[in-house]
Ligand binder design. Structure first.
Ligand SMILES: NC(=O)c1ccc[n+]([C@@H]2O[C@H](COP(=O)([O-])OP(=O)(O)OC[C@H]3O[C@@H](n4cnc5c(N)ncnc54)[C@H](OP(=O)(O)O)[C@@H]3O)[C@@H](O)[C@H]2O)c1
Length: 244
């Protein structure tokens, strides 16, 4: 990598939306470190990115794992000034049946995980007096979704987190925004039944599911120099599914 090249950390880059974000950012000339929870996942990311980046093992539920992954990245390439908090999980259940473990895993991964990684990366951005943080929310944060109380709470919270952090760090030239995808074709949505998928499609004005590249392009815009005057915002990438 060259001295002027920016470094981006993309969590959950082994598949789905995160994989597309990593490729898209690498194609814009950014050096990308994509994370996975396993060594095999990290190796696959490294292979996919080639000279454009690397793969890291990072477990978002573990502060020490985050610190060691960042140490590896710093030694290999440098400090990231672009962070995309993409990794996320669902553990759906109606609230009356939702176990404390199902609640905890989703909040701890999607929300507290983003807090952990952001906090760990912020010092480097403050020092550089430049930064881009993009958090991946969801359309359900505003819409609500039965059976997803834990997930929806985590995604609504990440938007509030983004806005507050944006105000804290704006004077240092660091922007913080949220991308809220609608129904995107990935492993996460593959878990839905045919009936659930059809019900969702009937509600989407553009009459199709979204593609991972369409989310990645929106993320790349927020990470670019051209988006320097946009912060504390949420951009919905949802085919018109829910308008506010
Ligand atoms: N798909 C949609 O329709 C949709 C809609 C709205 C919002 N979103 C949001 O978009 C983001 C990506 O979704 P996706 O559909 O691309 O998901 P996905 O295909 O299920 O991939 C999830 C990614 O998160 C990583 N991950 C899971 N648990 C982790 C943990 N504890 N620590 C670190 N990494 C972890 C996974 O790593 P491993 O491969 O190692 O497990 C994987 O890379 C999520 O935040 C999701 O909530 C998705």
């Amino acid at each position: 990598m060259s001295d002027e090249q920016k470094i981006a950390l993309v969590t959950g880059a082994s598949r789905g939306i995160g994989k597309a974000i990593a490729s898209h950012l690498a194609a814009t000339g950014t050096y990308v470190a994509g994370t996975a929870t396993s060594q095999a996942g990290a190796d696959a990311i490294k292979e996919q990115l080639g000279d454009g980046g690397t793969g890291l093992v990072m477990q978002l539920r573990d502060d020490d794992a985050i610190a060691s992954a960042l140490e590896v990245l710093e030694a290999q390439a440098g400090v990231p000034t672009i962070l995309v908090n993409n990794a996320g999980v669902t553990r759906d259940n109606l609230l009356m049946r939702m176990s404390p473990e199902e609640w905890e895993e989703v909040i701890d991964t999607n929300l507290t995980g983003a807090y952990r990684v952001t906090r760990a990366c912020l010092r480097g951005m403050l020092k550089a007096r430049w930064g881009r943080i993009v958090n991946i929310g969801s359309v359900v944060a505003r819409m609500g979704n039965p059976g997803q109380g834990n997930y929806v709470a985590s995604k609504a919270a990440i938007e509030g987190f983004s806005r507050s952090l944006a105000l804290e760090v704006a004077s240092r030239n660091i922007t913080v925004n949220t991308i809220a995808p609608g129904f995107i074709d990935t492993d996460m949505t593959d878990e839905l039944t045919e009936e659930q998928t059809q019900t969702m499609l009937d509600r989407i004005p553009l009459r199709r599911v979204g593609r991972v590249n369409e989310v990645a392009a929106a993320v790349a815009f927020f990470c670019s120099d051209e988006a320097a005057y946009i912060t504390a915002q949420t951009l919905e990438v949802n085919g018109g599914l829910y308008a506010i």
